[in-house]
Design a protein around this ligand. Structure first.
Ligand code: RP5
Length: 161
């Protein structure tokens, strides 16, 4: 059975951004589960979700949060599955607060951090991680890259007319 992706976010207010990860995984035919779990408001639940993820058939985790965004780091501390962090713009600092909180992990507990609100790329990266053990998914990713290239070529051709 193909591995799934676990998508966790700190609040339902993150959903509009984190939907980007769902869109990318849908486009590639990768199954996922979406959960709301805050590192601060429900710390025990967050740790449990991360600890049980590998046994639950997940091969990668995407964790998105804004503000003092400890969620991806706490998830990473509780699993050796690869964790992708999505800094989310919220409050007055434009997402830089979340970016710094997620990207500056201590040596030993890595989180692969994407751009502020970069949930779509998080979905792609999770798919690329799973593709290491799923050649068919790898072929779909190659086709996606080819479609990107074709779009650029079409725009260039249009410009030459
Ligand atoms: C973070 O605080 C969440 O990830 C969200 O981005 C931000 C605001 O949360 P709410 O107050 O909208 O629940 O924990």
């Amino acid at each position: 059975m193909s591995q799934r992706v676990l998508i966790v976010m700190g609040s339902d207010s993150d959903l509009k951004v984190m939907k980007g990860a769902c869109d990318a995984l849908d486009a590639l035919g990768v199954e996922y589960e979406v959960r709301i779990s805050s590192a601060h408001r429900v710390p025990d639940k967050t740790a449990r979700l991360a600890r049980e993820a590998a046994a639950g058939g997940f091969g990668a985790i995407i964790a998105g949060a804004g503000g003092a965004a400890h969620l991806p780091g706490v998830v990473a501390a509780n699993t050796v599955l690869p964790v992708i962090g999505v800094p989310i713009e919220s409050g007055g600092l434009g997402g830089v607060d979340a970016l710094y909180a997620i990207v500056q992990m201590p040596r030993g507990i890595p989180v692969a951090t994407v751009a502020v609100n970069g949930a779509y790329n998080a979905g792609l990266l999770a798919a690329q991680i799973l593709a290491a053990g799923d050649p068919e998914l790898g072929r779909r990713l190659v086709a996606y890259r080819e479609s990107l290239a074709a779009q650029v070529e079409k725009k260039d051709d249009d410009l030459q007319r």
